[in-house]
Design a protein around this ligand. Structure first.
Ligand code: ATP
Ligand code: MG
Length: 423
């Protein structure tokens, strides 16, 4: 029997994992600059949390969740997205009582969705997300958007654009909803069965349908923008002013509705415009979710956040051919000849490592030539050679690989020399 990695998932091997570490490091640095702090929530939650918040008519809830009964007969679901768990935690830990408001959180964690596998779409993917909860100030919307853009800038992406829309508040949405129902009802039988369901439950979702996206009624559908009430319009205008003043350019797209039910007011996506980037060009999606806290039994706590997957970020880097630099070259490779030297060499190896020096040695009892080859392949900056004579004299031969020079030094001196250059 042969085993394979489950469909839609991937092993991230050392030839790739260093890139993940690099990107995650840059993300953490950006979050620190913006004073967002990390939160880690469990990988699974009660199923109902997602049903109530993400919404019963969304793709996520209707067909993408990994749901299972635990041994106590409770329905649990592997986290498909990060906002609901974070808001659940916000309410549970009474973060609304914390002195510093809004509470600004971020996470870098795996999400699970039963999707059809294709480029940029996995069943397990890692999402970097932020949530700023406890403020309905458009400036925090602008901040969250700026942070997402800064991350892409920091990793070196250039071909990206910000697309923006406002979904308005509850009243605006209700007015729009009625108009949508009136618009689609006469010809709803030309739409997919999902859309027919959506018409009653959540007609806005029809605009986000991937099956019927080219139906002529889609283009003529009443636009949300025309239904924004004064308050919603003012909020949206303030946000646009803030972005413009901060030098952030954007496109408006009145059809941008986003996949989840809980969004209102600001909705945005960041897309790759790189040539050769696959069919899926959305790198990041986010929006405001006033009312979500109340929905799960918390107090009023308006919030905004986004999610972006590391997978799609890396694909975008590839499409733009932005190189990440790998600086994991070895400092020292310890070459030993014979048993006694091996014993001594291992001790020296550990001393080097205790001093924070990146060092390795041969574990296959190979000949000197093969050991030197490994040192080369691992791009070791130095090689120490230890033979019988060196053991007797308590010294090592130290070769500087770039310069091609060699000297005999004591172990103390060895560490001194290397540390001086490494730090
Ligand atoms: P899509 O329309 O592509 O299905 P979505 O609306 O389901 O996106 P969100 O739930 O808003 O996406 O997730 C935010 C971000 O998470 C996306 O912009 C993308 O970067 C990433 N993402 C979502 N689903 C996947 C997936 N299956 N594999 C990899 N990344 C994903
Ligand atoms: Mg999706």
């Amino acid at each position: 029997m042969k085993f394979k990695v489950p469909r839609g998932t991937q092993d991230i091997l050392p030839s790739e994992s260093w890139k993940w570490q690099k990107v995650e490091q840059m993300i953490r640095e950006a979050c620190e600059v913006y004073r967002y702090q990390e939160i880690r929530t469990p990988m699974f939650e009660q199923t109902e949390l997602f049903q109530r918040t993400v919404g019963d008519t969304t793709d996520i809830v209707t067909k993408e969740m990994y749901t299972f009964k635990d041994r106590g007969d409770r329905s649990m679901t592997l986290r498909p997205e990060g906002t609901a768990p974070v808001v659940r935690s916000f309410v549970e830990h009474k973060m609304f009582g914390w002195v510093d408001q809004p509470v600004k959180l971020y996470y870098i964690e795996p999400m699970f969705r039963y999707e059809r596998q294709q480029a940029g779409r996995y069943r397990q993917f890692v999402q970097f997300g932020t949530e700023a909860i406890g403020s309905a100030d458009p400036a925090i919307d602008a901040e969250v958007i700026a942070l997402a853009l800064d991350v892409y800038k920091k990793v070196g992406l250039k071909d990206i654009k910000l697309v923006l829309n406002s979904l308005g508040d509850k009243d605006s949405r209700t007015a729009h909803r009625d108009a949508l129902v009136a618009h689609f009802t006469p010809r709803i039988d030309e739409f997919c069965s999902d859309c027919q369901n959506r018409l009653e439950k959540n007609p806005l979702r029809i605009l986000d349908c991937k099956v019927d996206r080219d139906h002529p009624l889609m283009k003529t559908a009443p636009s949300l923008t025309d239904f924004l009430n004064d308050e919603s319009r003012a909020y949206f205008e303030k946000l646009q002013d803030l972005l413009t003043k901060a030098g952030i350019s954007y496109e408006l797209d009145p059809n941008l509705v986003r996949g989840l039910d809980y969004y209102n007011h600001t909705a945005f996506e960041i897309m790759s415009t790189a040539e050769g980037f696959g069919a899926i060009t959305t790198l990041c999606g986010g929006g405001r979710y006033n009312g979500l806290s109340e929905e799960i039994g918390g107090p009023s706590a308006p919030g905004i956040g986004f999610g972006m997957s590391i997978e799609r970020l890396l694909l975008a880097l590839e499409a733009e051919q932005v190189p990440l630099t790998n600086d994991d070259a070895l400092d020292v490779y310890v070459v030993t000849l014979g048993d006694a030297a091996k014993q001594e060499g291992f001790q020296i190896l550990q001393q080097l490592r205790s001093s924070g020096i990146r060092a390795d040695m041969d574990f296959l009892d190979r000949k000197m030539k093969a050991q030197m080859k490994s040192a080369d392949r691992l791009q070791a900056k130095w090689v120490t050679v230890i033979g019988e004579e060196e053991v007797e004299q308590q010294i090592v031969q130290l070769k500087n690989m770039a310069e091609g020079s060699q000297q005999s030094v004591s172990v103390e001196k060895l560490i001194e020399i290397i540390q001086a250059e490494v730090n």
